[in-house]
Design a protein around this ligand. Structure first.
Ligand SMILES: N[C@@H](CCC(=O)N[C@@H](CS)C(=O)NCC(=O)O)C(=O)O
Length: 89
């Protein structure tokens, strides 16, 4: 499947974060490409705290607005990609 890149989205992640890995797995299966910002790099951690009030990962920035919680992120991305999640009507 050819991947689709979403330029209005950025995903804050942390190395070895299982919730980030869950979002990544979904993206991989759904053919969704999003720019990743690792909070260990440069000012990414400070930036995330300034934007969202905490450094918890994953955090999806949608046009600059933060969405925390891996399942909320996956549901949002599924909606964008027109994918129905298991159990969804
Ligand atoms: N319920 C959250 C859990 C996220 C979470 O606990 N992330 C950890 C990394 S694995 C974290 O960033 N902890 C540090 C913090 O909350 O400041 C989700 O599903 O996204």
């Amino acid at each position: 499947m050819a991947a689709t890149t979403y330029d209005d989205l950025k995903l804050y992640v942390k190395t070895d974060c299982p919730y980030c890995a869950r979002v990544d797995r979904f993206c991989q299966n759904a053919g969704i490409e999003i720019e990743h910002l690792n909070i260990a790099d440069g000012t990414n951690g400070e930036d995330l705290e300034r934007i969202g009030g905490k450094r918890t990962c994953p955090c999806l920035l949608i046009d600059g607005k933060p969405m925390y919680e891996s399942m909320d992120i996956i549901k949002y991305l599924a909606g964008r990609a027109g994918i129905k999640l298991p159990g969804q009507k």
